[in-house]
Design a protein around this ligand. Structure first.
Ligand code: CP
Length: 306
C-alpha cells in the first residue's frame, strides 16, 4: 500500500507531488463511498479524533466531523470559547489534557500561523492543520484541486486565477503550492495593497485587473475580503472594492470561453461576488463543499496508516 511521506498534514508546502496524487486518488474512492446508500466504512474504528478549533468555522469543522464519522472514528469537538483556555490554560496544556483522554489525532484551527507545526513537534498524535492564521489551509487546497479535476479532468496545464484578498489568505498560499505541484499555471489578482510584495517569487503571475484575470484563466477561485484580519484600511470602502474587483454573472457570460467559478466560503455576497454569479451555472462552490468530505476522509485515513 502507498503511504504519505509525512506523519502530519501541516501544509501543502511540505507535501510531495506523489502525496498530493495519493490523497486525491484516495478521495475519489471515498467519494464513491459517501454516495452509496450506506455512507459509512469501518476504516478508522477504534481511532479517536479531536477537532480543536480556536477560530470560527462552518465548512471545515463540519466537513472534518462528517469525514471522521463516515470512517467510523470516535469524535470529540473542542472550541476555545467556553473552554478552560479562557481561564489561562496554555495551548500545549490544553492539547496534552485532550490527549490524556486517549485521543489519536488532532485536527486544529488556530489564528496564529505555525501553531500546528509547534504542536506536531511536541505531541505523539498526528496533527492536521485545518487553517493556521494567514499561513496555510491544506485541506481546502486539496479539495479545490479535487474539484478542478472533477470538472475539467485534470489540473495540469490549467490556468487558475486566485482573485481577492491574497495578503490575508491561507487558502491562496496552499492553493499556489498545490496547483503548481500539479503543473497548473497560477495568477493572483487583487488591489496592490492586498497582494504580498514578494508573491512573484513563488512563480505566479500578478494582475490588478479582474477582467484581465478572468480572460486569462480556466478557473477563477475568488477569495473573501478578510476584514477580521485587517488592522488598517487596505482600500477605501467595500463599495469601491466591489466596483473594481467584484465579479458578476454578466462578466462571466461575456467571456469567449467557459470559465469555472470557485470560492472557499464564506461568501460576502455583493462584495467579491454578486449572487447571480455565485449561483450561476459557472459556479462549483457547493461541489467544493461536497468534495471536502471525501478529501478529508482520505487525509485522515492515510495519516492513520502511519
Ligand atoms: N473554507 C473555510 O475554511 O470555511 P470555514 O471558515 O467555514 O471553515
Amino acid at each position: 500500500m502507498q503511504q504519505l511521506s509525512v506523519r502530519h498534514l501541516l501544509g501543502i508546502k511540505n507535501l510531495t507531488e506523489n502525496d498530493i496524487q495519493l490523497i486525491l486518488d484516495t478521495a475519489r474512492e471515498f467519494k464513491d463511498v459517501i454516495n452509496r446508500p450506506i455512507k459509512k466504512v469501518p476504516s478508522l474504528r477504534d481511532i479517536t479524533i479531536a477537532n480543536v478549533f480556536f477560530e470560527n468555522s462552518t465548512r471545515t469543522r463540519l466537513s472534518f466531523e462528517l469525514a471522521e464519522k463516515r470512517l467510523s472514528a470516535d469524535v470529540v469537538n473542542f472550541s476555545a470559547s467556553g473552554s478552560s483556555v479562557k481561564k489561562g490554560e496554555t495551548l500545549l496544556d490544553t492539547v496534552n489534557n485532550i490527549l490524556a483522554m486517549k485521543v489519536d489525532m488532532i485536527v486544529m484551527r488556530h489564528s496564529s500561523p505555525g501553531t500546528p507545526h509547534y504542536l506536531s513537534g511536541r505531541i505523539k498524535a498526528n496533527v492536521v492543520n485545518a487553517g493556521d492564521g494567514t499561513h496555510e489551509h491544506p485541506t481546502q487546497a486539496l479539495l479545490d484541486s479535487f474539484s478542478i479535476q472533477d470538472k475539467l479532468g485534470d489540473v495540469a496545464g490549467k490556468r487558475i486565477a486566485i482573485i481577492g484578498d491574497i495578503l490575508h489568505s491561507r487558502v491562496a498560499l496552499s492553493n499556489i503550492f498545490c496547483l503548481q505541484k500539479q503543473g497548473a499555471e497560477v495568477m493572483v489578482c487583487g488591489p496592490t495593497t492586498l497582494i504580498p510584495k514578494y508573491i512573484g517569487q513563488l512563480g505566479v503571475k500578478v494582475s490588478h485587473d479582474v477582467r484581465e484575470a478572468l480572460s486569462w484563466c480556466d478557473v477563477a477561485n475568488v477569495l473573501r475580503i478578510q476584514l477580521e484580519r485587517q488592522q488598517i484600511k487596505y482600500f477605501p470602502s467595500l463599495r469601491e472594492y466591489s466596483l473594481y474587483f467584484g465579479i458578476n454573472k454578466k462578466m462571466l457570460d461575456e467571456l469567449d470561453r467557459p470559465i469555472v467559478l470557485m470560492h472557499p466560503g464564506p461568501i460576502n455576497r455583493g462584495v467579491e461576488l454578486t449572487s447571480d454569479a455565485a449561483d450561476s451555472h459557472h459556479s462549483i462552490i457547493l461541489d467544493q463543499v461536497e468534495n471536502g468530505v471525501a478529501v478529508r476522509m482520505a487525509v485522515l485515513y492515510l495519516l492513520a496508516q502511519l
